[in-house]
Write a protein that binds this ligand. Structure first.
Ligand code: URA
Length: 422
C-alpha cells in the first residue's frame, strides 16, 4: 500500500477501505507519513467528503490508536463542539454530579477563536488538570466527578491530526469532526454521551442543515459502538453568557452555580444536565428539569464544584482578573440585533485569552465582558461591553463593531434549536 495511491483515490471521490485508512493514520502517528502528505489527504477528504462507512472506519482506526478507559459503572459524558464564552462544562459537571450521576470529563484547550475548558480551569490558582488515569478514576469514584485534560495515551491519532487540521484549513469537515469527537468520546469510557453541537457564526457549523448531518452521523457512529448519543443543537451566533476570557468565565460560572448566572447559560446547563441525568437514571428528562434547577439554585451544585476544585488543588478564592478595564460605549439608541461571536472570540484571543500559535502562553486574566445581549434595549452612552486587558490593548471601536443596533424591537433568539437522537 502507498499513501500517494490513497490520496489519489480520495481525489477521485472513491471510498477508502478500513485498511487504507489504517495505513494512513497509523503511518502518520508513527511519523512514517509526513505532514504534507497527511495534509493532502485531509484536504481531499475535506473537499470530497466521506461515506458513513468510511467515517465509522476512520473513527475506529483513531480510537484504536491509543489506550481506552473503562469504568465499572455508568459514566455519562458531554462534549461541546466549541464556542465563544462557552463555560458550560464548569457548571454542568458539578450540577450533574450533585444529582448522583458520575461524570468523568476530559476536556481540551482553546482552539482558534473558541475557548477550552482546561485553559479556563487553569485560571484558578493551583488547579491541576494534568491527572494520571488512576488519579482521574479515583476522583470520579470518590466524589463523583473529575475534569481533566486528556489523560494517558487516548486517541494520539486525533491529537496529531487535529493539530495538523488546525493549521491547514481542514477543521470544518463533517466526517473529520465526527470521527475526531467520537473517537475521543469512545476512548474515554463513557457509555452515554451528550453532545452540545454549536451552530452559528461563532461555531464550526454555521448552518442548521450541516449541523443536522453532523449530529446524525455521530448518533449513528455511537449506535455502531453500542453507545447512546444525544446531540443538542444550540445557538452560537452571540457569545454564551456575558464573559469571554478564562478567569472572567470562571467567575461567571461561579455566579451561575450560586443561582445568579446569565439566563442563556442557565437554560443550557439545566437542559443538558437533565438530559445527562435522564440518560443515566432512566427518568424522563421533563420530570427532571425542576429537580435540576433546584440543585443549581439552592447551592448543591456549587458545593460539588468547590469539592472538585479542592480535590484538584485549586484555590477558589484566587482567580485573578486584569485590573485595566476600558468601556465600549453605544453611539445610538435602539435594540441589539446581533453580537458577532466569531469577532468577539478573535478579539479576546488578540488580548491574550487564546493562542495564535500552538505554543503561545495565554493570559488567563484578560477578555471581554458584554453588558448587553441580543434583544436588549440600548441608550446612547450605555456601556455595551468592558475590555479587561493587561499587556495588549485592542481598539474599543473593534468591539463596538461587533454590535449591530437597530431601531426596531428584536426578539430574544432561540437558544436550543433541536435535540437529535435515535
Ligand atoms: N471538536 C473536536 O474534538 N474535534 C473536531 O474536529 C472539532 C471539534
Amino acid at each position: 500500500m502507498n499513501i500517494l495511491d490513497i490520496i489519489a483515490k480520495k481525489v477521485k471521490k472513491l471510498e477508502l477501505t478500513k485498511n487504507e485508512l489504517e495505513f494512513a493514520v497509523t503511518g502518520y502517528v508513527k511519523g512514517e507519513i509526513p505532514d504534507y502528505q497527511m495534509s493532502a489527504l485531509l484536504m481531499a477528504i475535506m473537499l470530497n467528503g466521506m461515506t458513513e462507512k468510511e467515517t465509522a472506519c476512520l473513527t475506529e482506526v483513531m480510537l484504536n490508536s491509543g489506550d481506552k478507559l473503562t469504568f465499572d459503572y455508568n459514566i455519562v459524558d458531554k462534549h461541546s463542539t466549541g464556542g465563544v464564552g462557552d463555560k458550560t462544562t464548569l457548571v454542568l459537571v458539578p450540577l450533574v454530579a450533585s444529582l448522583g450521576t458520575k461524570v468523568a470529563k476530559m476536556s481540551g484547550r482553546g482552539l482558534g477563536h473558541t475557548g477550552g475548558t482546561i485553559d479556563k480551569l487553569e485560571a484558578i490558582e493551583g488547579f491541576n488538570t494534568n491527572l494520571t488515569v488512576e488519579e482521574f478514576k479515583k476522583e470520579v469514584e470518590e466524589i463523583g466527578a473529575s475534569i481533566a485534560g486528556q489523560t494517558g495515551d487516548l486517541c494520539p491519532a486525533d491529537k496529531k491530526i487535529y493539530a495538523l487540521r488546525d493549521v491547514t484549513g481542514t477543521v470544518a469537515s463533517i466526517p473529520l469532526i465526527a470521527s475526531s469527537i467520537m473517537s475521543k468520546k469512545l476512548a474515554s469510557g463513557a457509555n452515554k454521551i451528550v453532545i452540545d453541537l454549536k451552530v452559528g457564526i461563532g461555531a464550526l457549523m454555521t448552518n442548521l442543515e450541516d449541523a443536522r448531518k453532523l449530529a446524525n452521523l455521530m448518533v449513528k457512529i455511537g449506535r455502531l459502538s453500542g453507545k447512546e448519543v444525544i446531540v443538542v443543537l444550540t445557538n452560537m451566533n452571540e457569545p454564551l453568557g456575558y464573559a469571554v476570557g478564562n478567569a472572567l468565565e470562571v467567575h461567571e460560572a461561579i455566579d451561575t452555580l450560586k443561582g445568579q448566572g446569565p439566563k442563556d447559560l442557565e437554560e443550557l446547563v439545566i437542559n443538558l444536565a437533565s438530559l445527562m441525568v435522564s440518560l443515566d437514571q432512566n427518568i424522563p428528562m421533563e420530570i427532571l428539569l425542576e429537580n435540576v434547577e433546584r440543585a443549581l439554585k439552592d447551592g448543591e451544585a456549587y458545593e460539588k464544584f468547590k469539592e472538585i476544585i479542592l480535590y484538584q488543588g485549586g484555590d477558589i478564592n484566587n482567580i485573578k482578573i486584569a485590573d485595566n478595564i476600558t468601556e465600549v460605549i453605544a453611539e445610538n439608541d435602539g435594540y441589539v440585533k446581533s453580537i458577532d461571536a466569531l469577532k468577539i472570540g478573535e478579539l479576546a484571543r488578540r488580548l491574550g485569552a487564546g493562542r495564535v500559535k500552538k505554543d503561545d502562553i495565554i493570559n488567563p486574566k484578560v477578555g471581554i465582558v458584554l453588558t448587553k445581549k441580543v434583544s436588549d434595549e440600548v441608550k446612547k452612552g450605555d456601556v455595551l461591553a468592558k475590555i479587561y486587558y493587561d499587556n495588549t490593548i485592542i481598539p474599543t471601536q473593534d468591539v463596538l463593531e461587533c454590535f449591530k443596533i437597530t431601531k426596531e424591537k428584536v426578539e430574544k433568539p432561540k437558544l436550543i434549536y433541536e435535540i437529535i437522537k435515535e
